[in-house]
Write a protein that binds this ligand. Sequence first.
Ligand code: ADP
Ligand code: MG
Length: 292
Amino acid sequence: ATPMSVMVGVGKAAEAGVLIRNGEALQTASKITAMILDKTGTITLGAPKVTDVLVAGEYDEQAVLRLAATLESGSEHPLAMAIVESAQERGIETGKVSNFNAIAGHGVQAEVDGKTLLFGNEKLMRERTIELGDFVEMAQALAAEAKTPMYFAVDNKLAAIIAVADPIKEDSIAAIKRLQHNGIRVVMLTGDNRATAKAVAKKAGIKEFFAEVLPEEKSKKVQELQMEGEVVGMTGDGINDAPALAIANVGFAIGTGTDVAIESADITLMRGSLHGLADAIAVSKATLRNIK
Ligand code: ADP
Ligand code: MG
């Protein structure tokens, strides 16, 4: 395309809240055959809220939330925010945390009140050989409702399951349909567990998804689709998504996401809405038509 038509295209996109950082991305956007969407914060609001606290053994809800919120006060993960907020809402004061440790893609660990706390997904609990008993079935039931269940262990004994829900953005379903009507293969990518991922993908109208993807594996999924011959668009908001955004044929960042994601992407969706994807592709097509 001529520099002039690219400039016009970039301006048109900007009017739709789509910020294009380079002319090449504008030209490649119309050629995208597969779009990978991160789940949390991209398809969903990225603001999870605690929905269920199921306690085991000697702990009650207040005690569990106090310990869990104290542990999570050391984490910046959206899941951590949900736990801390939930404790605050109930007027629970948090304590002091030491030896805090984040286990990427799995959960967190620390010491509180001289107890060793472990909080995260089933894989983490299995690795630490914590007995889960019939809590596995309860977690699966929560996951089937598109909630994310997390296991909470105190001194290597299961103390609770805490579940959070992160609603789908109200226009994600329609925006995903627009991509599919353009013949684009839409794939969801998440570090979350398989059952929750399946339920969210179904709600969002997405048939294909990869779950339990570790942060460092996200960019590998982009490469896998590229090796299948796809021209890959990647959309994400998190630090975890940055390498995948950089390696994709076109990287799209959610404008409300992290700076690292925005810096790694070619295009920023300022309104946070996934409609920006089909908008960008439409502008790209118009730009290429103008020069033919
Ligand atoms: P996502 O792509 O959903 O942000 P992550 O790779 O960050 O996924 O995390 C994967 C899983 O690890 C989460 O679904 C959760 O079960 C567990 N996890 C990660 N961080 C935390 C945390 N701070 N507290 C509790 N669980 C966590
Ligand atoms: Mg995300």
